[in-house]
Design a protein around this ligand. Structure first.
Ligand code: AAL
Length: 393
């Protein structure tokens, strides 16, 4: 036994000297204090702490000089009525914003029910279980992005047993070859009764004002049994990238004790499918709702709310392999940015400066409703004074 223990220690020593301690051992000996001006290039003549190593992996030493860093400013929107915020009207999960016919367009989940949500046990055909139960997809237009006019329903819940008969929610817009496509979650059961295990459906139109024709089929199916996205495909979010439709979505490992939310990608040549799920899925390990935009020749993502990398802004030069570009705070929930080049696919993404997100009033079930709000940020390459804009002082 003793010989075995000694051998064990010896092995550990060899392993440690070869692997564990290697990076420190191989570093240069210089341990003198850093000079008073932060070196622009990563020093090679001295030892670096892990944190200093990492600091040289960001694009700038100060976050506000990093083009993918921003703070976020919020402004109340004009034009939406909320019934004195009694919980009977809710608007949430806005789409990205597009500019057509001289005005901005946004689509969103709207619930207008006789009562506020009462939970899965107390819901029925008219009483909602959750904030997004018994909802339809509505749209609004604006000339300035602050005052909006609600235009009406774009995609109503279809009759049973079509996809989404219980609720249609969480939509996003694609423009492809002159036509418009709205992707959305189609609930076949109340939220809270595993109705949230829903797939994605699509409707299409020749104009952003509709009329919208439902394809009446599942366009992004849940994963097969045992796959990470077997339970749900949420927050469908299409962009056009490299001449194809890149549709990002959220799903979750059915974790114990909680769901572990991550994001996947499905790619298609035709808006009605078939969509091919990316072999590297999940491609973002954090976040909740999806918010992405073309940036330079890649794709940037606002990663918010859930996961080890929540409240970061990330970048993938191939739209797939995301890295943390910056860490932020008070980021917009369920953000739908105005993306002028969302469907251009020209390898020259310009970024974003504003959009619409939601705030949830969830202090009690009975008053659970959400409101849409405007956010402003500086994630645009067209605003290039690094000392301006990044902080809203
Ligand atoms: C959201 C989204 C999806 C979920 C629910 C409604 O913010 O992630 O839409 O299903 O919550």
């Amino acid at each position: 036994f003793k010989t075995q223990t000694k051998l064990g220690y010896l092995l550990l020593l060899i392993l440690c000297s070869n692997f564990g301690c290697q990076s420190i051992k191989d570093q240069p000996e210089n341990t003198s204090a850093f000079p008073f001006i932060l070196p622009k290039e990563k020093p090679t003549d001295r030892m670096l702490s892990r944190s200093m190593e990492r600091n040289y992996s960001y694009s700038a030493p100060r976050p506000e000089h990093n083009e993918l860093y921003s703070q976020f400013k919020y402004t109340e929107l004009k034009g939406f009525d909320y019934n004195d915020h009694d919980g009977t009207i809710s608007r949430r999960d806005p789409s990205k914003i597009i500019f057509e016919n001289g005005q901005y367009y946004v689509w969103y989940t709207k619930r207008h029910t006789p009562t506020s949500p009462k939970g899965a046990k107390n819901c029925n055909d008219t009483i909602p279980s959750s904030d997004w139960d018994l909802s339809d997809i509505w749209y609004a237009t604006s000339k300035d992005g602050f005052t909006w006019k609600e235009q009406g329903v774009a995609v109503p819940r279809p009759p049973k047993p079509n996809v989404g008969w219980r609720s249609v929610t969480t939509t996003d817009i694609l423009k492809w070859k002159g036509k418009f496509y709205l992707y959305y979650q189609g609930f076949m059961e109340a939220s809270g009764k595993r109705g949230d295990d829903c797939p994605v459906a699509v409707s299409y139109a020749d104009s952003p004002d509709g009329p919208w024709t439902p394809a009446n089929k599942i366009v992004i199916p849940n994963g097969k049994e045992g796959e990470w996205d077997q339970y749900s495909i949420h927050d469908p979010y299409p962009l056009v990238y490299k001449g194809k439709i890149y549709l990002y979505y959220k799903s979750d490992f059915d974790g114990d004790p909680n769901l572990v939310r991550m994001q996947g990608l499905a790619v298609a040549d035709d808006p009605l499918g078939p969509f091919e799920k990316h072999p590297l899925n999940p491609i973002i390990t954090s976040g909740h709702e999806t918010t992405l935009f073309p940036f330079k020749d890649g794709i940037a993502a606002l990663v918010i709310k859930d996961g080890n990398e929540h409240f970061t802004i990330q970048y993938a030069e191939d739209g797939v392999n995301f890295e943390i570009a910056s860490i932020s705070s008070l980021m917009p929930t369920a953000a739908g940015p105005y993306i002028p080049d969302a469907f251009d696919s020209n390898g020259n993404g310009r970024g974003i400066t504003w959009g619409i997100s939601h705030f949830v009033n969830a202090t009690t079930w009975s008053h659970n409703h959400s409101i849409l709000t405007r956010f402003d940020c500086d994630l645009s390459l067209d605003v290039d004074d690094p000392d301006m804009k990044k902080t809203f002082e």
